[in-house]
Design a protein around this ligand. Sequence first.
Ligand code: ATP
Length: 239
Amino acid sequence: MPPDATSLLDVKGVDAGYGTMQVLWGVNLDVKAGETVLLLGANGAGKTTFLKSLVGLIETRNGSFHLAGRDVTRMRSSDRMRLGMTYMSELAVFPDLSIEENLKVGAQALGHANPGARAEELYGIFPVLRDKRRNPASSLSGGQRKMLGIAKALAAEPKLLVMDEPSAGLSPLFVKEVIRVLSDLQGRGLSLLIAEQNIGFLEVATRVFVLEGGRIRFSGTVAEMTDNEALRRAYFGLK
Ligand code: ATP
């Protein structure tokens, strides 16, 4: 099937796994420019496996990934990043480096001409990081470290920010703060693909894909998802 020219990211029929174990089965997904797409699924549904195959950290057995119309399926991870896709995993931050050094590393990944200036822009979005810029990342609280992870990913000026469970390890209060930051980034025109099991992220989603047992069970708007009785029961505990 040809890629959808209107999509920033177009994923068709992806199979992936580890050794003899197949985890993903024919996954289709797309993100249009400016959208925030939520990939919702329980533990073990295959979210991380999907993101790793998308960004090139594990091999894709079948299917394709197109980014802004270019086939990136067999591209190295670093080349996918250069084309505008940045991955924020849980291990996004270097604990021994200072906040500023972390941001510069993020900017340098793309050969940014002036990483210092980019860090300065990011302090505008994350003022708490400016105050602590000289401190090691290990001195930050869990929530602040998450903010640094997001800022470091943004330092590369991605077109598409791919996030694996930004809520992981955070208290409900910090989860709210992360959602607020994502909504701010959305307002700045960034495209986001967020893998989560926390339905609180539906608040910022323009569309949802539900992954179960490595297969996409549903795709649609948040309103369409909440109209679906089986999904409503499974994810919201409602009758
Ligand atoms: P979680 O929220 O727990 O991370 P997930 O939806 O991201 O869940 P995956 O981490 O993609 O799910 O895991 C999907 C399946 O693949 C699980 O059965 C898991 O045990 C298996 N799996 C994950 N990583 C590996 C690996 N490196 N080697 C073998 N199997 C793996």
